[in-house]
Design a protein around this ligand. Structure first.
Ligand SMILES: Cc1cc2nc3c(=O)[nH]c(=O)nc-3n(C[C@H](O)[C@H](O)[C@H](O)COP(=O)(O)O)c2cc1C
Length: 183
């Protein structure tokens, strides 16, 4: 392939200076050669996403990662706007819309609540997997391959060594990543 990066990480956080988990994860992978790390709020502070530019980035990537904290059972709003403006008919679906077919997709997310609260008995009443169904289905609808997601629960007050170990797993996953054609 061309000199384009084979992994693109899309990232968003509303208050990165207060972040523990996502800042640690960002710092753990940001220097990897094969990654194009794209902070959506930094690139598009006014939300005017350059759809053509992002489509070109996605076209070249083999693995597309969305990394973010969970806000109200979903991604930060700019991710929804990204989906609505970039995953267009003729690009991501519909006639001629095969640009994302066969690519891998990885969700890397963090929650404030501990894992046990994501269950029918917990305060969130649903499993985490139930709540991320819309993004999983979006990914599948566009012909991408949904990889097992990487989630760190209990973000409020986790010991730093737990966060660091998670960040190391994330980095290792990206370092070891091979496109489907090479697996
Ligand atoms: C606007 C907002 C909404 C949030 N909604 C949820 C939620 O629905 N479920 C949850 O477990 N945590 C929720 N949280 C907590 C964040 O997910 C948590 O603080 C974050 O994942 C920790 O990562 P960080 O250290 O990178 O900020 C919310 C936080 C904010 C600011």
């Amino acid at each position: 392939m061309s000199s384009a990066k084979k992994i693109v990480v899309y990232f968003a956080h509303l208050a990165i200076e207060q972040s523990v988990i996502n800042r640690t994860l960002r710092d753990a992978v940001g220097d990897l050669d094969q990654i194009d790390f794209r902070d959506l709020h930094e690139l598009y502070p006014d939300f005017f996403i350059d759809a053509r530019a992002e489509q070109a980035v996605m076209r070249e990537a083999e693995l597309i990662v969305f990394q973010h904290p969970i806000y109200w059972y979903a991604a930060p709003a700019i991710f929804k706007h990204f989906l609505d403006t970039v995953l267009l008919r003729g690009f991501a679906y519909g006639p001629g819309g095969d640009a994302l077919q066969g690519k891998d997709f990885l969700l890397v997310a963090s929650t404030g609540a501990p894992a046990e609260e994501y269950s029918p008995e917990g305060i969130h009443h649903n499993t985490f997997e139930d709540l991320i169904r819309p993004i999983e289905q979006t990914v599948r609808f566009c012909g991408m391959h949904w990889l097992p997601h990487l989630v760190l629960h209990g973000g409020h007050g986790l010991p730093q060594d737990v966060v660091d170990a998670h960040a190391a797993r994330y980095r290792q996953f990206l370092e070891d990543y091979r496109p489907a054609s090479q697996r």
